[in-house]
Design a binder for this molecule. Structure first.
Ligand SMILES: C[S@@+](CC[C@H](N)C(=O)[O-])C[C@H]1O[C@@H](n2cnc3c(N)ncnc32)[C@H](O)[C@@H]1O
Length: 235
């Protein structure tokens, strides 16, 4: 009898607890629609799409544009910088062939969103941001949201991250006329680098560099894009 009462009480508890547990994130359907759009535009990599289905992009944008967080466009994040267009984030992540356990260097932390997507895939992410307040804010946000695989620091990506090199993949989210040589040096044989290349005010293209087992690099032009400039590089 006593056992039945306990069981009944337990049942009531579970029933009472259920609504709170299953409450859906109010942004989930907007996020799903965003990812469906990206998939229909040609991104096929299931790891990338699954990660973007869960990373809360609205947390990575300023409050005054939060209602636009799940549109497929870049948004301002302050300091004349942007969080990249979701399609471009997905396309670049797919090109990296990001997989669990990979060590990835990102130049241009910005909001921290791209780093979070890579972390959800299971990559260990080393991300560098040259605008100090952005680096500090992104580092704090990533820590608050529990992305412990991301190591964020303020600095100039032109210097690479020698203490953590070499990397399985490198992603640069700001454009320069040439790929900084140190980033190619810090790429492992068999690794992939994706970066927008071109002048600040002219045509830029996403470029994919693959480093062969013997260290020889091959380069492919993928897509016309428009990115903020990669600054720094002077020493
Ligand atoms: C398009 S935004 C990056 C978007 C970012 N990946 C995100 O998910 O929000 C480009 C960023 O690169 C940063 N940046 C520009 N030059 C840099 C450099 N030399 N080293 C590190 N970061 C740099 C900019 O300050 C800016 O925040």
């Amino acid at each position: 009898m006593r056992g039945r009462v306990v069981l009944l009480a337990l049942g009531a508890l579970i029933v009472c607890a259920r609504p709170a547990e299953v409450q859906e994130d109010p942004n989930a359907s907007a996020r799903r629609a965003m990812v469906d759009l990206i998939a229909s535009a040609g991104v096929r990599d299931s790891a990338t799409l699954a990660a973007m289905r869960v990373v809360p992009r609205h947390e990575f944008v300023p409050a005054d544009v939060r209602n636009l967080a799940y549109g497929d466009h870049p948004l301002p994040i302050g300091y004349e910088q942007t969080i990249s267009q979701p399609y471009v984030v997905a396309f670049m992540t797919e090109q990296l062939r990001a997989r669990p356990g990979m060590k990835v260097l990102e130049i241009g932390t910005g909001s921290g969103y791209q780093a979070a997507v890579l972390a959800v895939i299971g990559c260990d992410v080393y991300t560098i941001e040259i605008v100090e307040p952005l680096a500090t804010a992104a580092g704090a946000l990533l820590a608050r949201l529990g992305y412990t695989r991301v190591h964020a620091r303020a600095g100039d990506g032109y210097q690479g991250w020698p203490e953590a090199a070499p990397f399985d993949a490198v992603i640069v989210t700001a454009a320069a006329p040439e790929i900084p040589p140190v980033l190619l040096e810090e790429l492992k044989p068999g690794g992939r680098l994706v970066m927008p290349v071109g002048p600040q005010d002219g045509m830029q293209y996403l470029v994919l560099v693959e480093k062969g087992a013997a260290g020889k690099t091959t380069r492919r032009t993928l897509l016309p894009v428009r990115f903020v400039p990669l600054v720094g590089g002077k020493r």
